[in-house]
Write a protein that binds this ligand. Structure first.
Ligand SMILES: O=C(O)CCC(=O)C(=O)O
Ligand SMILES: [Fe+2]
Length: 324
């Protein structure tokens, strides 16, 4: 097994979001803390984020009920039905790190429902239809949580904007119809001796702007520091682990870092987590921010829309998409 250090809490700060509700000074304080983390490790925890413990408990209970369904019922909702990145991804159907055996996890993706009049494109990972299991109350609970996570992600974007030298509302009209995905995850206990050939989730970076991850008490998430050392990101009750994804790294011209991470569930127990990937509007142009370029630091990436960029990344992740 690869050695992991326990210095995580030094390098992964726990940031209290309650000052966000306390006017411009509170925002400036939180923005400075978040900015420091995003420019160094690209990961941080948040607490006092406003999502209730009861709401999350309910989501975990419904997630467990979903994964406990017979395989045939889950497979009927396969993500391969959906070019919009919604539905069930079965055990070993993904390889986040193509140099390893496929991931020992199963997942269920939920996206945004189209707004009235919103154009949908079945060929893009854009807005489209969700696939729902036949579980009473599941849809309403998931969409309620999805909405709460959207609002939280928007608030964190005001801190990003301020820290990046932009008006706090800079991202507002670029993330108000987001390509956000709520992903329920289940990792079975690792069988036998862990030899590093198969992870629960292989090392990868996330694709969008911001990921907010809730994990249960089992542990197993690891983050790679810039020095190349893997450190653990242990569970801390009532927090989210947040990280920057590749879209925001590109947008900020590498000022913010999107950091590789992975999951090894060597606990002997099953592990559940709930990820929320907050990606910008499909038509948002990810193009070097004016405050992140200078003669010494010219733009490093050509402009791309979120939809184009995500399509590229998802096509590389899923065999069924490549085969189309
Ligand atoms: O389940 C976790 O702890 C992390 C999952 C993850 O990194 C992902 O799905 O992108
Ligand atoms: Fe990830």
């Amino acid at each position: 097994m690869t050695a992991t250090a326990s210095v995580a809490l030094e390098s992964l700060p726990v940031i209290d979001l309650s000052p966000l509700g306390e006017g411009p000074e509170g925002l400036a304080h939180v923005a400075a803390e978040i900015g420091r983390a995003c420019r160094t490790i690209g990961f941080f925890y948040i607490r006092d984020h406003g999502i209730s413990h009861a709401m999350l408990e309910d989501i975990y209970a419904r997630s467990a009920a979903f994964f406990a369904l017979p395989l045939a019922q889950k497979s009927a909702l396969t993500i391969a039905n959906s070019m919009n990145n919604r539905g069930y991804a079965g055990m070993e159907s993904e390889s986040l790190d193509p140099s390893k055996l496929s991931d020992a996890k199963e997942a269920f993706n939920i996206g945004r429902d189209p707004e009235p009049g919103e154009v949908t494109d079945p060929a893009m990972p854009s807005v489209g239809r969700n696939q729902w299991p036949d579980l009473p109350g599941f849809r309403a609970a998931m969409l309620g949580y999805y909405g709460a996570m959207r609002r939280l992600s928007e608030r964190i974007h005001t801190a990003f904007a301020l820290d990046l030298g932009l008006p706090p509302g800079f991202f507002a009209d670029k993330v108000d119809r987001p390509l956000a995905t709520l992903r329920l995850l289940r990792y079975p206990p690792h069988p036998g001796i862990f030899d590093g050939s198969r992870y629960g989730a292989g090392a990868h970076t996330d694709y969008g702007n911001l990921t907010l991850l809730s994990q249960d008490a089992v542990g197993g998430l690891e983050v790679r520091t810039r020095a190349g050392q893997w450190v653990s990101a242990p569970p801390i009750p009532d927090t989210y682990v947040c990280n920057i994804g590749d879209c925001l790294m590109r947008w900020s011209n590498d000022v913010y870092v999107s950091t590789p991470h992975r999951v090894a569930n060597i606990s002997g127990r099953e592990r559940y987590s709930v990820a929320f990937f907050f990606d910008p509007n499909p038509d948002a142009v990810i193009e070097c921010l004016p405050t992140c370029q200078s003669p010494d630091r010219p733009a490093r990436y050509p402009p791309v829309t979120t939809a184009q960029y995500l399509t590229e990344r998802l096509d590389a992740t899923y065999a069924f998409r490549k085969d189309r």
